[in-house]
Write a new protein. Structure first.
Length: 375
């Protein structure tokens, strides 16, 4: 196994090779195989995986600068790093020996696992409408999912379904389902505003027979399995928001220095400097918020409220920063020739990834109210 690549070289991959491939990504809305193979070659999929599975075993705080760097490039790049370095966690923690055998393949880029939770007909958590009915050694699974990242190329799907009608925490069960399961329809025609190349798709299945050996964790443990990925993911996603916002600021600064009006670069004008200062302050605050949540996670402390706080702030932060960057660019920023046009679209995906701002508000408010009651 190769040594961990230097952070600067890691960033360079996303700002050069992934950038150069992005015209093809936009045209085909799929990830070119050579980008995937290069990502595997430089260790993108090994960063946080345990050493015994071929990973580098990075701690959360060691990993975040790498993830932030990946997020400075096109959205497809940060999704490669974010998803793989998160989805191994529930498999490792809840999986059988046979299921954990997938992890070294993930590290090498030879297996892709998609997280299948979101539905069109239901919400998330206890509101899922997908159902799984057990009959002996098989489960018969019916329902649908949508906006499933990497569904176009995933070998396995971590899919959560209701296994009773109680609507309680123990009403859900998770499965790690092979792509080639009979009756599993994968419709990769779901094209999005941004984040092109990430293979979003509809999943459909009716009485799909799934052997019990593909169950991930105990019956009724599905919500716990999902949250084992999602709690980490709030920190991870918050970091990618910082990375993308930093790229938006960098683009604004570069443009402001080269754009000349009335004989002077617009960077010399007070209003442009105000925009740049506000972007910088937002990014600095966001970076420190997420690093604090990461330290709590790394220390084994309860970090749910801090992660939700970071995600709530960073969602709004990346919106403000990309808005201001677009304004600095003026009309040029609204054209396909400007990087901010893509950055702006990619940033809007954060509004819906793994918990909206409204969900984070509920988590944060509940924490604040509980702390107030305790006092």
């Amino acid at each position: 196994m190769s040594q961990i690549i230097a952070l600067g070289k890691f960033r360079e991959f996303f700002l050069t090779e992934v950038e150069e491939a992005y015209a093809e990504v936009e045209r085909t809305d799929s990830l070119p195989d050579h980008v995937h193979r290069r990502a595997a070659e430089i260790g993108c999929y090994r960063l946080t995986l345990p050493v015994e599975y071929g990973g580098y075993g990075m701690s959360v705080t060691e990993y975040l600068p790498y993830l932030e760097a990946a997020a400075e490039g096109p959205g497809v790049g940060r999704m490669l790093v974010h998803t793989t370095n998160g989805i191994w966690r529930p498999i490792h923690n809840f999986g059988s020996e046979e299921q954990r055998a997938i992890l070294p393949k993930m590290a090498a880029g030879d297996a892709v696992v998609a997280f299948a939770l979101t539905e069109m007909t239901g919400g998330t958590g206890r509101d899922l409408k997908s159902v799984a009915r057990r009959d002996g050694d098989f489960w018969y699974v019916s329902g649908e999912k949508h906006l499933i990242t990497w569904a176009d190329r995933a070998d396995w799907f971590l899919l959560v379904a209701a296994t009773d009608e109680g609507g309680q925490k123990d009403s859900l069960t998770a499965f790690l389902i092979p792509r080639d399961t009979d009756g599993f329809e994968i419709d990769a025609t779901q094209h999005t505003m941004g984040l092109h190349g990430t293979g979003h798709a509809f999943l459909r299945y009716k009485d799909m027979a799934v052997a019990d050996k593909y169950r991930l964790g105990a019956v009724g443990q599905g919500l716990e399995v999902a949250l084992f990925f999602l709690d980490y993911s709030r920190v991870s996603l918050s970091t990618t928001m910082v990375g993308l916002a930093q790229r938006a600021l960098d683009e604004a600064v570069a443009f402001a220095k080269r754009r000349v009006t009335f004989g002077k670069p617009i960077a010399t004008r007070a209003q442009i400097q105000t925009h740049i200062a506000m972007m910088h302050a937002d990014i600095e605050a966001a970076r420190h918020l997420v690093r604090y949540a990461a330290r709590l996670c790394e220390d084994g402390k309860d970090f749910t409220a801090q992660a939700a706080t970071a995600k709530l702030f960073n969602l709004n932060m990346v919106g403000r920063v990309t808005d201001l960057s677009l304004r600095v660019h003026g009309g040029w920023g609204y054209t396909k020739a400007a990087a901010i046009e893509r950055i702006y679209r990619d940033a809007r995906g954060f509004w819906f990834e793994e918990g909206t701002a409204e969900i984070q508000q509920l988590v944060v408010a509940r924490h604040v109210l509980e702390q107030s009651s305790a006092a």
